[in-house]
Design a protein around this ligand. Sequence first.
Ligand SMILES: Cc1ncc(COP(=O)(O)O)c(C=O)c1O
Length: 418
Amino acid sequence: MERLAELPLAAERLFQQHCAGEPHAAAAGALCDGAAALAGRGAAAAAAVDRGLAGVPPTQVLAAGVASLLALQLALALARWLLRVCTVAAAFRCCLKLPLVRTIAAKEEAKETGSLFHKYQSRRAGSLRTIPATALSEDQILQRLEKGERASRKFYEPSEGGRLSGAVYCADAAHWDLVSRVMRMYIVSNPLHIEEFLSVGQMEAELIRMCCNLYRGDDSSCGVGTSGGTESIILACLAYREQGRARGVTAPNMVMPATAHAAFDKAGFYLGIEMRKVPLDRELRCDVRALRRRIDRNTIALAGTAPDYPYGNFDPIPEIAALAQSRGIGCHSDCCLGSFANAFAEQAGCPLPHAVDFSVPGVTSISCDPHKYAYGPKGFSVCLFRDKALRQGQFFACMDWPGGFCECRLHMCVGWPR
Ligand SMILES: Cc1ncc(COP(=O)(O)O)c(C=O)c1O
C-alpha cells in the first residue's frame, strides 16, 4: 500500500527529470517515447499469451473465457453479499464469539446488571419481603401506595413539570376518574366465563369493530382484543406462521426495517420465527430495496410501522404491502403507537404521508393500541385482520380438558356483533 501511494510522486519526479530545462516539444517527445515503450510491452505480452495457447483448441479457449467471466461475476456477487451482511453489528457479533472478548463482555454485563439492580433496589425504601404478621389498616395501605404514586406523578403530570411521552399518553385527571369508575364496575369480571360476563365480550367485540372501521376494513375484516401492542404483534406473527406452515414453510422468517418494535423479536423468540431486521437508509428510513433482497421462499410476511417508536417515521406501508402482495405473502402494519391518532390525523389537519390501513392493497393485519392514543387504560390493544381465514391461525382451543371446554376468544368465533 505504501509503495502504491508513492507511485504518483515517483512518476512526477521521473517526468520532472525527463523534462528539466527542456522546451515543451522535448517533453512531448519523451511522453511519446514512453507510450511507444508501453505499447511494445503490451504487444510482447499478447504474443507470449498467443504462444502459450498455441495448439489449444478454440472451443477450450472460449470455454475458459466464459468460465472466467462467470467466476468473476460470482466473486462480485459474493463481495456484494459480504458487504451487505458485514454490517457493524454483524462484525460486533463475530467479535463476541472470540473467547477473550466474550470474557470481557460477560464481566461488563455483570457489572452493568449489578449497578442497575443496585440503583433501583436501593431506592425501594421500606420494602416488605414477607406478609406482615399484623394486618395493615386501610389507611396504611393507601398511604403506602400514595407515596409510590406521588413519586411517579412528577414524570408525567404537566402541572408538576412532567413531560413523559411514549409511556403515558394522557394526563387529564378527570378522564382517568371516569376510567376508574368504569374499571371499578368490572373489577371482578372474567371474560373467559362468557355466560356470566356477557357484556365484557360484547365491549371487546364492539371495540374491535370500531377499530376495523377506523382502519378502513370491510365486512370481512375482524380482530382480537389483547393485553397490549406486544401481544397483538405476537398474535399476528402466529397467524402468519400458521399460514406459512399450511403451505409447507417449516423454517419461517419475517422481513422488516430495523426500527420495527422489539415485540417482533419477542414474537420470533416465542414462535420460532427468524426476524430479519434490515438496516435503514442514510435518513434512518426504511429501505424497501434492502427489504426485497432479504425475502426468500421461507418468508411468511413483511412488516412496517406507522409511526415507529425510535424515530417517529412512517414506513412506506403501500410499498411494503405491494412487495408482500407480489410475493404472495402478508404484510403487518404496526399502528400501535399511531393508534387512534393515525385515523384522525387528516381530520385534524395533518394528513399522514400515505395510507397505512386496510385501504392499502396487501395490508393483511394491523395492530392498534387503544391504551395509547385512544387514552384507554393499560392494557388493551387490538390485532386486526383483513379476513377471518388469517385470524383463524392465532386461535387456541383445548377441547378435552377435564376442567371444561377452555375457550379462547370463542365469542368472536361464534359471531358477536363486531
Ligand atoms: C410501534 C410500537 N409497536 C409496538 C409497541 C408495543 O406496545 P406495548 O408496549 O403496548 O406492548 C409499541 C410501544 O410503544 C410501539 O411504539
